[in-house]
Design a protein around this ligand. Sequence first.
Ligand code: CP
Length: 319
Amino acid sequence: MLWWTSHYDFTVMRHIISTKTLSIEWVASLFSRAQSLKLGTQKPLIGGGIGSLLFYENSTRTKNSFHLALQELNYKILDFQIESSSATKGENITDTIQTLANLGANLFVIRHGSSLIMQSLEKYFLNHPIHIINAGNGMNEHPSQALLDLFTIAESVGFDYASLRGQKISIIGDCLHSRVARSNIHLLKRFGLQVTLVGPPNLVPWGFEDLGVEVSHNLKQGIEGSSFLMVLRIQKERQNANVISSLSEYNKYYGLSESMLSQASLLDSVRVLHPGPVNRNIEIESSLLDSDRSLVNQQVLNGRFVRIALIEELQKTMS
Ligand code: CP
């Protein structure tokens, strides 16, 4: 059934680049597998190739959980550190991938600052038997993050996907620069959630409505009626570009707190997500992050199992 659904795109199985083309059936099947791995009722399907974690930007969660996932699947992992690699001598990414592929690497987990890099790599390596997982590129997409976010949301309702239809999720913060927001919007809407983006006008411009989401520049109004709140990291580096006037002003108008949840009359059942890393007491109050409402620790844990299941999916097309 997975192989002929309308949203299915065979390139998705060779590479995991975007959430745009992932069908409900494919995702539900992936989650069923990830859930079994988490519960320990099924074991990882050993693949055993050679994996390379090419992170041109820093990471804690994504890199380490992919590292563990590859280990669980019995991969050898090439130790690529950008600072000590030949990238510092000017080697471009395609030559680096080709070099590591010549050494036998067949799976590349790649994080890069360019929003266009994944399209270029897909084209460049079209006839090459390597597999690419996008671990976050520029302002474009971060598909494994969105998958683990949706897994965590689905888990919180006992994987009753029908019950998610019509529920409201507010994504709060710097949506403009967020690859996490973009990958989540595609996926959450496919599962029938109503998505509202909340933030200052320069970080949540009206153009986002073309993606079928609501936009609000008022935190209280934007989160009213939500079942889930996804808080984005405020990218401090944007302050240097004068996108944010000051972190304290951002916190005053858009920082999520218990008090704000109560002003917006949100029920105890509202759940809070954050992809991490978190700036405590800037985009979210520290006590709220550590409260029972927060699903952040589950997000990190679930990332490990979702990523094992993702690599297993690619293994189905490995020669
Ligand atoms: N959420 C996320 O991508 O975190 P890292 O930058 O730590 O991988």
